[in-house]
Design a binder for this molecule. Structure first.
Ligand code: SF4
Ligand code: SF4
Length: 163
């Protein structure tokens, strides 16, 4: 997550990003080959998505209700993500920003609007940072990790387009 704007303490109380309902399983991060290797060494079950990305499997009990949240397999419920900040998937490091493709195919930077740590002020700061200092990095990352770019979803707000 963007720790300049959202504190680890806020996330520790929330953990929304690291919990997934069945309907939000599409949100699990795409793993680079290095991360796939790390996950395999940790015996984390992986799955392949139709877009070609590899991500971790989620464990839903058969009788789980629709709103049951499965935790990311590398989340320690008491201490947080067991991966170092540098090891974490791109999508986790950028959160609550996300690289997305609009319905017309344009690459955009979108913000997850329901993050409880977002105030009008942090929203403005994150938007300014993404459009300013982070813009070139976002473009480079989009080129390097195209499988991290998701189709647009209405839970997100488009901040600006990158192409
Ligand atoms: S939704 Fe926001 S506050 Fe909650 S864990 Fe994610 S970044 Fe942190
Ligand atoms: S890899 Fe880490 S930061 Fe990303 S969803 Fe899993 S526990 Fe959360």
């Amino acid at each position: 997550m963007l720790t300049h704007f959202i504190s680890p303490g806020q996330c520790a109380c929330c953990r929304l990003c690291c919990n997934f309902q069945r309907s939000s399983a599409w949100e699990t991060p795409a793993l680079t080959p290095d991360l796939v290797q790390i996950m395999r060494q940790r015996n984390v079950a992986l799955r392949q998505r139709a877009d070609g990305s590899t991500t971790f499997s989620l464990c839903f009990p058969d009788d789980a209700p629709e709103d049951y949240c499965a935790i990311c397999p590398v989340l320690d419920p008491s201490s947080g993500c067991i991966l170092s900040r540098e090891q974490r998937p791109l999508e986790c490091r950028l959160w609550p920003l996300r690289l997305m493709r609009s319905p017309s195919g344009q690459l955009c930077v979108a913000l997850y609007s329901a993050c409880p740590a977002l105030t009008p002020a942090t929203r403005e700061q994150i938007t300014a940072y993404a459009a300013g200092g982070l813009r070139h990095t976002l473009l480079r990352l989009a080129n390097e990790q195209p499988l991290s770019i998701r189709s647009f979803n209405s839970a997100y707000t488009v901040l600006f387009y990158l192409d």
